[in-house]
Design a protein around this ligand. Structure first.
Ligand code: HEC
Ligand code: HEC
Length: 276
């Protein structure tokens, strides 16, 4: 028994030391020019598939076959997706061509994924791949419109694709069709929105993973500060105003306006108010 425990401990220790040596030595080539090996790629792909299937299983897809939905989806696709994924008769832009993993054309996506899964991927993105999350950039109706469009994609000729994209352009992707109703602010959504608006690119934020950055002041303790940016009282309303349009409060501030919508700003303000 002691021998087995000893051998196991020695094995774990050697593995841990090996992993440390691997990281510290810099052996691993992180270049986007170098492919993953096939086994590593296959494991990553399988992990992604299983993860999406599990998380999308509780989502019910609405009806996806109205022509208006498909053409709005086409407009959103041309606006937001084509630069990385290309389309029938349309190449990816430079940025999409050399990413690692490579974002492929989505003509076969509806054969590989259920509508609920395509919705989940588009809404949440794929970590460590470069596939962005669109949840904070597109209203829910547009996410489903994109799914509707992806159902049609396999059958489209290049001319039909161009036609759909042009007819849908009038529908203006991402512009809400009806007045958005604000719900009560949510701390959890606020925390998630922090990463989706790149706040953690400049600020250290407690509870949000990121590099140690100090372009902006650390946000630990922000709830207890009397003033925002030394200028206006730290109330929820002023915080929303600061987040949406910092220059309306301080014309010289270097904090950029991050196109935060009203609901997301209220959620972020609710989260910041918990940082004592
Ligand atoms: C900045 C580049 C980029 C943009 C923009 C982008 N994607 Fe992606 N997408 C990726 C990458 C990278 C992957 C992962 C490819 C992989 O894992 O093999 C991916 C994967 C996907 C997948 C899974 C594909 C598959 O075959 O398994 C879907 C579906 C998808 N994207 C939909 C979209 C939609 C819809 C949009 C527009 C709203 C979009 N993407 C915009 C980069 C992008
Ligand atoms: C490009 C860098 C950058 C980004 C991105 C950024 N900020 Fe800032 N932020 C700053 C800088 C710089 C300041 C200090 C501004 C000043 O005092 O004029 C600041 C100030 C602040 C303050 C006031 C801090 C205090 O102590 O008064 C808050 C709150 C804040 N930012 C939150 C956010 C949130 C939330 C986001 C994301 C929506 C965000 N910031 C995105 C750079 C950034």
């Amino acid at each position: 028994m002691t021998r087995i425990v000893g051998a196991l401990a020695a094995f774990l220790l050697t593995s841990a030391l090996g992993a440390l040596a691997f990281v510290w030595s810099g052996w691993y080539d992180i270049s986007a020019n170098v492919q993953h090996t096939q086994p590593v790629y296959s494991v990553l792909e399988k992990t992604m598939h299983q993860s999406v299937k599990l998380r999308a299983s509780a989502i019910d897809a609405p009806a996806l076959d109205t022509p208006a939905m498909v053409s709005r989806g086409a407009a959103c696709y041309v606006d937001k997706c084509v630069q990385c994924h290309g389309g029938p008769g349309m190449a990816q832009a430079e940025i999409g061509r050399s990413m690692q993993p490579l974002p492929g054309p989505l003509v076969d996506a509806s054969a590989k994924w259920r509508p609920s899964e395509l919705y989940w991927i588009t809404r949440n993105g794929i970590k460590m791949s470069g596939m962005p999350a669109w949840q904070h950039r597109l209203p829910d109706a547009d996410l489903w419109a994109l799914v509707a469009f992806m159902q049609r994609l396999p059958a489209l000729t290049a001319t039909e694709f161009r036609g759909l994209a042009e007819s849908g352009a009038a529908a203006q992707c991402a512009v809400p069709t009806s007045a958005t109703v604000l719900r009560d602010p949510s701390i959890d959504r606020g925390r998630a929105a922090i990463t989706q608006y790149a706040c953690n690119a400049c600020h250290n934020v407690p509870g949000v993973t990121g590099s140690d950055v100090n372009v902006g002041p650390p946000l630990a303790g922000i709830a207890g500060r009397g003033l925002i940016a030394g200028a206006v009282p730290n109330t929820p309303e002023q915080m929303v105003r600061w987040l949406r349009d910092p220059r309306s409060i301080d014309a010289e501030t270097t904090m950029p306006a991050m196109q935060v919508n009203e609901q997301d700003a209220r959620d972020i303000a609710a989260f910041l108010a918990t940082l004592h």
